[in-house]
Design a binder for this molecule. Structure first.
Ligand SMILES: *[C@@H]1O[C@H](CO)[C@@H](O)[C@H](O)[C@H]1NC(C)=O
Ligand SMILES: *[C@@H]1O[C@H](CO)[C@@H](O)[C@H](O)[C@H]1NC(C)=O
Ligand SMILES: *[C@@H]1O[C@H](CO)[C@@H](O)[C@H](O)[C@H]1NC(C)=O
Ligand SMILES: *[C@@H]1O[C@H](CO)[C@@H](O)[C@H](O)[C@H]1NC(C)=O
Length: 458
C-alpha cells in the first residue's frame, strides 16, 4: 500500500445508465477499495439490486440511489439503456441530465476528492465550484475514441456528418490499419444525432472531455499507447490508464455438464463461439453461423441467444442439423461461464464479436481468435486484434455485414490447422502479448493510477 493517507480520499462514481458502463466503473471502485479507497456510487435504484453482488467491498463502496425522472417518450419506469430500443437512448440521456440536482446534493454532502463520470458532461460545471477534480473515464477502446471523438474530427454543429466525411480519419490519427472501411462508417453517423435535449452525441462527449481535469481510459499503454497519446494531445489533458479492469475471475467451477462434454475431445480441438449477452442475430445469419461451424468438421460449442422471431435456439436450427452434428456439436441458448470455458484445455478456438470484454478475454486466453464484429467499436477492436497486434483472424463480410458459412469455416480452419504459417504466426504473437499483459502488469496499472489521482488533486 503505497499511499497510507487514503482514508480521507473519497471518490464519487457516476457512470452512464448502462450495464456495460456501470460494471467497469465498479471494477475500478473494487480495485481502489482493495487499496483502501472508499467511494460513493451513483446508480438508478434498479441497478443497485443487480450490481450488489459485484460490490466486493461493501464497507468501502456505498451505492447511492438516483431517481431517474420520467421523460416524455420514454417507456414508464425506464432506468437504463439495456431495456429500451436503441432509438430511445437519447431520451435516457435527457433523463440523466435531469438528475443534476440529486448529483449536486451528493457532491455537497460527501465532498469527494475526485469524481469519475462519462456521459454527464455537466459534472465539471458542478465540481469547479467546489474545487473538486473531475475525471472523464472512458470504458471503450482508445482507438474508437481517437477515430471519432477528438477535436480534429470537426463535426459541424448544424449539419449532419456524412459517410464520406467519416471515411477519412481525423488529422494526425495514429493508425492506418485500425480504421473503418466502406459501409462500416454508417454505424458512426449517430455522433451528429441528438443525445439529450438540444445537444448531439459529439457535442456532449466533446464537452465531457474538454471540461474535465483529466481523461482516464480503460486500456493499456502497451497495446493502445499511441491512441492514448493522440487523445491527450488533441484535448490537451493528462491521460491516466486503468488497464482493462476485468472482473475478478468467478470462484465457481465450470458446470459439470460442460466439463463432461469438453473432456471427450482432444486438447485444443474444440471451437467455442459466443457473441455476448446483447447480440440477437437474424435467423438466416444464425443458421449460416452454425452451418459454418458444421462445415469445419471440428467439435464445437455455440452459446447464442435465440435469433429474432424464435423462442428457443433449437427451433431455429437448420433442417437435419442436430442429427448431422450429433456427438460433436452443441448449440446452447442459455448463459455459459465464458471465461472458464476458454480456460478448458479442450477448447482451442474462440469465435467472438470482439466486444471490449471479449477482446480482453480472448487476448488473455490460450485460444486462437476468430472475429465477426457487428457494431462500430467491435469493428475497431477487431482491426486492432487482427491488423495491429496480429493475434486474430477477421471473417470476411460483405456490405451488409453478412458472412458466408464457407468464409467462416475457412477462417476457423486457417487458425486451427497446426501446420499452417498463419496458425504459427498468430500463436507466436498471441503468446508474446499474453505474457506481457500479465497480472503483475495489471496491478502496476492500478498503483500508477493511484499515483496519478494523488498528483491531480495536489
Ligand atoms: C435495467 O432495467 C430493467 C428493466 O427496468 C431492470 O430489470 C434491470 O434490473 C435494469 N438493470 C440495470 C443494470 O439497471
Ligand atoms: C469520456 O466519456 C465519454 C462517455 O462515455 C466517452 O465516450 C469518452 O470516450 C470519454 N473520454 C475519455 C478519453 O475518457
Ligand atoms: C506510455 O509509455 C510511454 C513510453 O514509456 C510514456 O512516455 C507515456 O507517458 C505512457 N503513456 C501513458 C498514458 O501512460
Ligand atoms: C467470401 O470471401 C471472399 C474472399 O475471400 C469474398 O470475395 C466473398 O465476397 C466472401 N463472401 C461473403 C458472403 O462475404
Amino acid at each position: 500500500m503505497s499511499h497510507p493517507k487514503n482514508s480521507n480520499f473519497h471518490l464519487l462514481m457516476f457512470p452512464w445508465f448502462a450495464f456495460g458502463h456501470m460494471t467497469p466503473f465498479l471494477h475500478l471502485s473494487n480495485r481502489l477499495a482493495e487499496r483502501g479507497y472508499s467511494s460513493t456510487f451513483l446508480l438508478p435504484i434498479k441497478a443497485i439490486q443487480q450490481l450488489q453482488h459485484l460490490n466486493l467491498y461493501p464497507h468501502l463502496i456505498t451505492f447511492h440511489p438516483l431517481t431517474v425522472p420520467h421523460v416524455e417518450g420514454l417507456p414508464e419506469g425506464t432506468q437504463n439503456a439495456s431495456d429500451i430500443p436503441i432509438q430511445f437512448t437519447y431520451l435516457l440521456a435527457a433523463a440523466m441530465d435531469r438528475t443534476r440536482d440529486q448529483v449536486e446534493r451528493v457532491i455537497r454532502d460527501t465532498k469527494p476528492k475526485l469524481i469519475f463520470y462519462d456521459v454527464a458532461h455537466w459534472v465539471p460545471e458542478i465540481t469547479k465550484a467546489f474545487g473538486i477534480k473531475a475525471i472523464n473515464y472512458s470504458v471503450v477502446s482508445a482507438a474508437s475514441i481517437a477515430i471519432v471523438l477528438v477535436p480534429a474530427r470537426n463535426v459541424p454543429k448544424d449539419k449532419p456528418i456524412t459517410e464520406a466525411e467519416l471515411l477519412v480519419p481525423p488529422a494526425g490519427y495514429p493508425s492506418s490499419t485500425v480504421v473503418l472501411r466502406g459501409h462500416e462508417v454508417r454505424s458512426l453517423l449517430f455522433i451528429s444525432q441528438p443525445f439529450g435535449e438540444g445537444i448531439t452525441f459529439y457535442e456532449r462527449i466533446y464537452k465531457a472531455m474538454k471540461e474535465s481535469d483529466a481523461l482516464a481510459i480503460r486500456t493499456c499503454n502497451e497495446t493502445e499507447g499511441k491512441f492514448c497519446e493522440y487523445i491527450g494531445s488533441q484535448y490537451g489533458k493528462p491521460v491516466f490508464l486503468t488497464g482493462p479492469m476485468l472482473p475478478e475471475p468467478p470462484k465457481m467451477p465450470l458446470e459439470d455438464r460442460w466439463v463432461k462434454w469438453l473432456s471427450g475431445f482432444q486438447p485444443g480441438s474444440v471451437v467455442f463461439c459466443a457473441f455476448g449477452s446483447q447480440i440477437v442475430l437474424e435467423k438466416n445469419q444464425f443458421q449460416e453461423l452454425v452451418l459454418g461451424l458444421e462445415l469445419t468438421g471440428l467439435p464445437f460449442l455455440v452459446a447464442l441467444k435465440p435469433p429474432m422471431g424464435a423462442a428457443t435456439v433449437e427451433e431455429a436450427l437448420p433442417k437435419g442439423f442436430e442429427e448431422r452434428v450429433k456427438g460433436r456439436g452443441v448449440v446452447w441458448g442459455g448463459w455459459v461461464q465464458q471465461l472458464m470455458i476458454l480456460e478448458h484445455p479442450s477448447v482451442g478456438c474462440f469465435v467472438s464479436h470482439c466486444g471490449f470484454g471479449s477482446m480482453w478475454e480472448s487476448l488473455m486466453s490460450d485460444c486462437r481468435a476468430v472475429l465477426i464484429p457487428h457494431l462500430g467499436d467491435q469493428i475497431l477492436n477487431t482491426r486492432f486484434m487482427a491488423e495491429e497486434l496480429k493475434v486474430a483472424v477477421e471473417v470476411v463480410r460483405d456490405e451488409k455485414a453478412w458472412f458466408s458459412k464457407e468464409n467462416l469455416s475457412k477462417s476457423i480452419k486457417s487458425v486451427m490447422d497446426k501446420g499452417s504459417v498463419m496458425c504459427s504466426m498468430l500463436k507466436e504473437n498471441h503468446r508474446k502479448w499474453r505474457e506481457m499483459l500479465n497480472k503483475g502488469l495489471m496491478n502496476s496499472y492500478v498503483d500508477k493510477f493511484i499515483e496519478n489521482m494523488h498528483e491531480l488533486v495536489n
